[in-house]
Design a protein around this ligand. Structure first.
Ligand SMILES: [Zn+2]
Length: 598
């Protein structure tokens, strides 16, 4: 009960105090300072809860109320809920009288060093608020310019960020140390290079700032100016002795940073001062790679004639890789036009950084799902079979129909195998498209070897599949090799016998029948199929001879070859009547074509 009473009492008090403050502020704005009686009473009431007064009367600029308070020194020692002293609130007020009044209290200079709970000092707050006069007053009252806030920023750093020449000057005159280290070894000089204010930068340099100071990761102010594309700041730093060939701890050169930003003035400035474009970062990246990746065409144009073939070779990667990876169409075109190799291969030490051990620029474009860049590369002669995991499989796995079709039209091998994870008797693409009838049709129409899905060792009877025997021998050879990883070749019937795939088998096998002549269904596969609704239709098709028309289609397709069949232009040139052409290319089953035409 007593507790309840206390709470109630507190609530009432708070309400009353709030009301009183409001009154007080209103009065202050109405009454001249010389009529303080009413307000003086208010202040007296407020004194037990002084923490409410600071923020309340100071933002309103109530100098008079404050003056009345100045007799009560304890008030200035109390903190509000955020740990702010009255002085902190005063520091961010544009009316200097308030600060002056605060300082009339003789204890106050001591409090300049106090921090709020957020770690701010009066000086960092005043600097953040951009109030030069307040900064002056605080410095006059012994506020230390060396105390950083909780983000480890010095007042000087904040002033530089604000691009305030006057404040920087005031702080330096007030004893601020220009080389003071802030967050991540960053100095005011780094900040000036970042914000790019030449006057402030010059001021710092005149007062002892060093151009060689290194921030986190060993980056110099030059690197920062280049990174943020501040040519004027960069020029000042160079003229003050900055090293244009300085490298950060990760090996990034200043020119590399400039290439990342793409500011041509910075790049030219560096080159005029003999920056070397052929120095790679420790990640084996040259400025030309960076420009290509970021899509800075003018920078790239500048770097192409001065980057040596040797430097590119030593880096282990080609700018074409970078442009393809960054999806930079214009840069890619420029590089190819300038004779860079569309089939450049990553060196092993770069390739090993990728789990898929990729090699080609095309692989970057395809794995990014980038149709435009893929097409540019393919049109320029990119090969589709140079990566350990072929591009077509990447596109199938990512369910990118457009890319799959594009790759196939440029002759990608739909029947390729990737046996590292799972060595199957049927071409790998099926593993990634079992659940996707649209993709499956696309692959089958493009020549996927469906008949291989009916080959296994379970043979119906005496009939022994010659392919199987051959593979069995191969498997035996692999067995006998000590380093062999994958030894077991899995057939389709085995692959789909797992419980989470059996429901798909009926539809898939029915689909396959459109692409094969007569096939035998092994007992294992039959056991699964018999439970599926499609079995009736499948057994009916298999029970009769296939139509002559269908068999002819298979034969003609076999003679034409997939390069012709999958290339729309080549097909258009074939002297067949359109209906026959449609029949041969299975265009009735072109689910993706239907999808994309909607
Ligand atoms: Zn089988």
């Amino acid at each position: 009960d007593i507790e309840m009473d206390n709470l109630e009492q507190e609530g009432i008090n708070e309400e009353f105090i709030e009301f009183a403050i409001r009154e007080s502020i209103q009065d202050a704005s109405k009454l001249p300072c010389s009529a303080p009686i009413h307000r003086f009473e208010t202040v007296q009431i407020l004194l037990p809860c002084f923490t409410c007064v600071g923020p309340a009367c100071i933002p309103a600029g109530d100098v008079c109320a404050l003056q009345e308070l100045s007799g009560y020194t304890s008030a200035f020692r109390e903190r509000d809920s955020r740990g702010q002293l009255l002085l902190h609130a005063a520091a961010v007020q544009p009316q200097q009288e308030i600060l002056h009044v605060c300082f009339l209290n003789s204890y106050l200079p001591l409090y300049c060093v106090f921090e709020t709970e957020d770690g701010d000092t009066c000086l960092t707050l005043a600097a953040e608020a951009g109030l030069v006069e307040n900064v002056k007053i605080l410095l006059q009252h012994q506020a230390s310019p060396h105390n950083n806030n909780s983000r480890n920023e010095s007042p000087l750093l904040i002033a530089v960020r604000k691009k305030s020449y006057d404040m920087v000057f005031t702080l330096i005159m007030g004893g601020a140390f220009v080389e003071q280290v802030c967050q991540s070894k960053w100095t005011a000089t780094h900040e000036a290079a970042k914000v790019g204010c030449p006057a402030v930068l010059l001021l710092l340099l005149r007062h002892g700032a060093k151009v060689t100071t290194r921030g986190a990761h060993g980056v110099t102010p030059l690197g920062i100016a280049a990174e943020y594309g501040n040519a004027e700041a960069l020029e000042i730093l160079i003229h003050h002795g900055g090293d244009v060939n300085a490298q950060a701890s990760n090996g990034d050169t200043v020119l590399y940073d400039a290439a990342g930003n793409g500011n041509l003035d910075c790049i030219k400035l560096l080159l005029v001062h003999n920056a070397n474009p052929n120095v790679a970062s420790y990640a084996c990246q040259l400025p030309i790679h960076r420009a290509a990746y970021e899509g800075h065409i003018l920078a790239l144009r500048t770097l192409i004639p001065i980057t040596t073939k040797k430097a590119i070779r030593l880096s282990g990667q080609n700018p074409v890789h970078s442009a393809a990876d960054g999806g930079q169409v214009e840069c890619l075109k420029l590089l190819l036009q300038k004779g860079y190799d569309v089939n450049a291969m990553l060196d092993t030490h770069i390739s090993e950084n990728y789990g898929d051990l990729r090699k080609t620029p095309l692989y970057f474009a395809v794995s990014n799902g980038d149709v435009t860049c893929s097409e540019i590369l393919l049109a320029a002669g990119a090969r589709t079979d140079l990566d350990p995991l072929q591009c077509i499989l990447v596109a199938v796995r990512a369910e990118r129909y457009e890319l799959v079709q594009l790759l196939l039209s440029y002759g990608a091998e739909v029947n390729c195998n990737f046996s590292v994870i799972c060595n199957t008797l049927f071409p790998t693409a099926l593993q990634y498209s079992l659940r996707d009838p649209v993709m499956l049709r696309l692959l089958l129409n493009s020549g996927y070897q469906a008949y291989k899905c009916f080959q296994c060792c379970h043979g119906n009877c005496e009939e022994i599949d010659s392919t199987w025997t051959e593979l069995h021998n191969q498997a035996y050879q692999i067995y006998s090799q000590p380093n062999a990883i994958s030894v077991r070749v899995i057939s389709f019937c085995e692959y789909v016998s797992v419980s989470w795939l059996t429901h798909l088998v009926g539809g898939i096998v029915r689909m396959f029948l459109d692409y094969v002549s007569h096939v035998n269904i092994c007992p294992n596969l039959k056991r699964i199929l018999e439970k599926r609704p499609e079995w009736e239709e499948i057994s009916e098709i298999l029970g009769k001879p296939r139509s002559l028309q269908h068999l002819c289609r298979l034969l003609i397709r076999g003679h034409m070859g997939l390069r012709t069949l999958n290339n729309p232009e080549a097909m258009a040139a074939v002297p067949f009547p359109p209906r026959l052409r449609k029949y041969l290319t299975y265009s009735d089953y072109d689910l993706y074509g239907e999808l994309s035409s909607i």
